[in-house]
Design a protein around this ligand. Structure first.
Ligand code: C2O
Ligand code: CU
Ligand code: CU
Length: 484
């Protein structure tokens, strides 16, 4: 049973002030009537969390401790526990990079090396993976080569020899990544290049990364992790439950990243109006799309431009989720925009954004089947075993992979090392739309087959491919490819 007293007590014990009145008192019978998973008596009822009562923070941009202009930027990050106000008036223990929740933003430039000294002051071993990056295998976050807990260090080198992309970084420790990402180990990595910089897209304060995810809390306001949990019904935007964000009546670029463990988001504006999608996982699309929704499975990114100049100052509207999985009154809400001022806007979304790299002719075809049952998850019938080579790839080859999900539940598919192209979905060639760009993660819906094409070049060695629903990967829906 949730009581206001227990929540406030925790908040005060943890040093939070001003909790009174922020969480409304429990009423009789507050137990959540479920999504598809069980709730327990000591769950926090999401109905107790006031919606749109906290401002959405912006993740801080980390400054390098050393820079060699146009050659290299060096950063130091420390992974450690911290107490953060995710729910109004309550402090929640989270795992962080540099004490930040959501994780901080690293800004990088193509062909300028990023070096990150990671110190692990957490109580568990971790392995940091830069999702979307083209890096050597020893810098990719091997699941069994861990930075030891309580003070271990490792330096990661990212040459950034790839075009601009909105990437992110998270733990990849074998069987633990699911929980550590849930506890907060996820940061943003924005790689830019001349192609992107030469456009006059909304920038500076009007270029806003937003990490979207869900969470489940106990009645003490602490994160409650269970593998395969279907009841993470509190939606977080940049680390706050259902925040608001004050905007000027002009264009904003939002870099949306789904860092949730298993939740798919179908994002819409509450007035049903359209906006532009300008990019996806691997940077800008060839041309902007006018859309009124964006679907993001875990790990996927969407770069959108919303023009608030069509709204009068004083207007509020919401970013909503039409996806399912939990009580709709909670999981349908994400973030509230408050148009509170005017501002000049000289930014432009041009009709051509970029030229995609040419596709090479494919010479190898492979098939992969994603399956789940009895707590075990597999790719082509096998659960992940570290260092077992599941797919041997000739260096430099171009391959088409057909990925099939024969089951009734959703999955997605992520490849390390490469940005791929989605060439076919459900038998229909992909020649336009939000998946017609560079991708590193793709949805594979129930009963669906998706074909992707990639060229495996740049590095030799072992890399992972997996479902990016972290719980599924941790249950075994992950495998190793070796490029040699
Ligand atoms: Cu975000 Cu193995 O990936
Ligand atoms: Cu990855
Ligand atoms: Cu899956």
């Amino acid at each position: 049973m949730i009581t206001r007293r227990s929540i406030i007590k925790t908040g005060m014990a943890a040093g939070a002030a001003g909790a009174a009145g922020l969480l409304v008192p429990a009423t009789a019978g507050t137990a959540s009537a479920a999504g598809t998973g069980a709730t327990t008596a000591n769950d926090l009822d999401p109905a107790l969390v006031a919606k749109f009562s906290q401002a959405m923070p912006l993740a801080p941009v980390v400054a390098p401790y050393m820079s060699m202009p146009m050659m290299m930027d060096c950063y130091a990050l420390t992974m450690k526990e911290a107490d953060k106000e995710i729910l109004p008036g309550v402090l929640t223990r989270v795992w962080t990079f540099n004490g930040q929740f959501p994780g901080p933003v690293i800004k990088a430039r193509s062909n300028v090396r990023t070096v990150i000294d990671q110190t692990n002051n957490l109580p568990a071993g971790v392995s940091v993976h830069l999702h979307g990056a083209h890096v050597s295998a020893d810098n990719d976050g091997d699941p069994v080569v861990l930075i030891p807990p309580n003070g271990g260090t490792k330096t990661y080198t990212y040459p950034n020899a790839q075009p601009h992309a909105s990437m992110w970084f998270h733990d990849h420790a074998h069987h633990a990544e699911s929980e550590s990402a849930f506890r907060g180990l996820a940061g943003t990595y924005l790689l830019t290049d001349d192609v992107e910089q030469n456009l006059n897209l909304p920038s500076g304060a009007y270029d806003v990364p937003i990490q979207l995810r869900d969470a489940r809390f106990d009645d003490q306001g602490q994160l409650a992790y269970q593998m395969g949990d279907q009841n993470r019904s509190v939606i977080l935007a940049n680390g706050k439950a259902w925040p608001f964000y004050e905007v000027a009546a002009r264009k904003y670029r939002f870099r949306l990243c789904n860092t949730a463990n298993t939740r798919f988001f179908t994002l819409v504006l509450s007035d049903g109006s359209s906006f532009q999608q300008i990019g996806s996982d691997g940077g800008l699309l060839p041309a902007p799309l006018t859309v009124n929704k964006v679907v993001l499975s875990p790990g996927e990114r969407a770069d959108i431009v919303v023009d608030f100049s069509r709204y009068a100052v004083g207007t509020t509207l919401e970013l909503r989720n039409e996806g399912t999985g939990g009580l709709l009154e909670h999981i349908s809400k994400v973030l509230q925009f408050r148009v509170n001022r005017t501002a000049a806007d000289t930014s432009v979304v041009p009709s051509t954004l970029r030229t995609l790299p040419a596709m090479q002719p494919a010479t190898v075809n492979r098939s992969f089947t994603l399956a789940m049952g009895g707590g075990v998850a597999t790719i082509n019938g096998l659960s992940y075993v570290p260092n077992r080579i599941d797919t041997e790839i000739a260096y430099g080859s171009t391959e088409i992979w057909s990925v099939t999900n024969p089951g009734a539940g959703s999955h997605n598919f992520h490849l390390h090392l490469v940005q791929f192209r989605v060439i076919e979905r459900g038998g229909v060639p992909v020649t336009s739309g939000p998946e017609y760009g560079l991708k590193d993660t793709v949805r594979v819906g129930p009963g669906e087959t998706v074909k992707i094409q990639a060229t495996f070049t740049g590095y030799r060695g072992q890399y992972l491919y997996h479902c990016h629903m972290f719980d599924h990967a941790a249950m075994g829906m992950m495998a190793t490819m070796r490029i040699s």
